[in-house]
Design a protein around this ligand. Sequence first.
Ligand code: AQP
Length: 333
Amino acid sequence: MKRIFSGVQPTGNLHLGNYLGAIRNWVRLQDEFDDCLFCVVDLHAITVWQEPKDLVANIREVAAAMMAAGIDPARNVIFNQSQVSAHAELAWIFNCVARLGWLDRMTQFKEKAGKDKERASVGLYAYPNLMAADILAYKGTHVPVGEDQKQHLELARDIAQKFNHDYGQEFFPVVEPLIFGTATRVMSLRDGWSKMSKSDPADNSRINMTDDADGIARKIKKAKTDSEPLPSEAPGLNGRPEASNLVGIYAALADTDMDGVLGEFGGQGFGAFKPALADLAVAKLSPVQDQMRRLIDDTTYVESVLRCGAEKANDIATPILREVQDLVGFLRP
Ligand code: AQP
């Protein structure tokens, strides 16, 4: 049986990368897979400090973004992670399955902990074990993510395989990453070598899903570029990370590929390309943003979707967790 699981952290500043690299792909997958769980991963969010009142608002905001983008809560399970205790319970078991050496290789920890890793939380270090538990608590088989999560998914596969080996049963499926689309890694508008990120202190580096039309146009206008005109074919963008990023964003928004965009804009400078990109971004994002704003104001509705999603998620995860506990040898009532 195929089952999709994916998540977004409610860490504020939900951006175009999260939308094009993840949420928009989920909208497409709901038509191909009968069984999809989309999770607001609040347990992951607190691996770095979150102001409690902001966190609760951000949880609603991410759920609103999912629905505004077109994920149907009637056909899919939309919920927040902390309402389903199986995630934390299975994560503990996986803390005992995963090896320190595996976690030591995780580049995201190195990037997020920075130079002072002694001061990073234990949760940030063990983050990939919780991510494996998120997926495997439902025996998820396919996980749509952006490029940045590839290494964590490889770790989830290692954990599943080691658990199956240690307990002598093909219990967990070996998870398949689904990394697709033209925007698997949207880069910062200020630096084409860095990923567009919620935690970048420079607001100009990203297009937030809450930015208005003027804000989007201003950020694209100010985006870093070079002085060359656009080439007429994609290989001409090699070594031009900022230009490549803007063309990639255009391609993703227009549902075409890089050569399709360059066929139209090749030979033109950014003076012509940037306003076209800004118009396209506003046209594509504003219907989603309008709906997102309406949903953010309707906290009762959003919370009811999350509650109902958590019940459905619990119904799937609880029997799986019980079987895990039996395999491990825990005594249950
Ligand atoms: N820049 C990106 N381009 C494409 N996809 C991206 N994703 C994140 N950034 C980009 C994908 O969005 C999903 C949810 O991400 P997350 O909430 O788990 O956050 P993250 O991957 O840690 O990246 P963020 O959003 O930029 O946060 P910070 O600043 O904390 O690192 C995932 O599928 C991710 O691949």
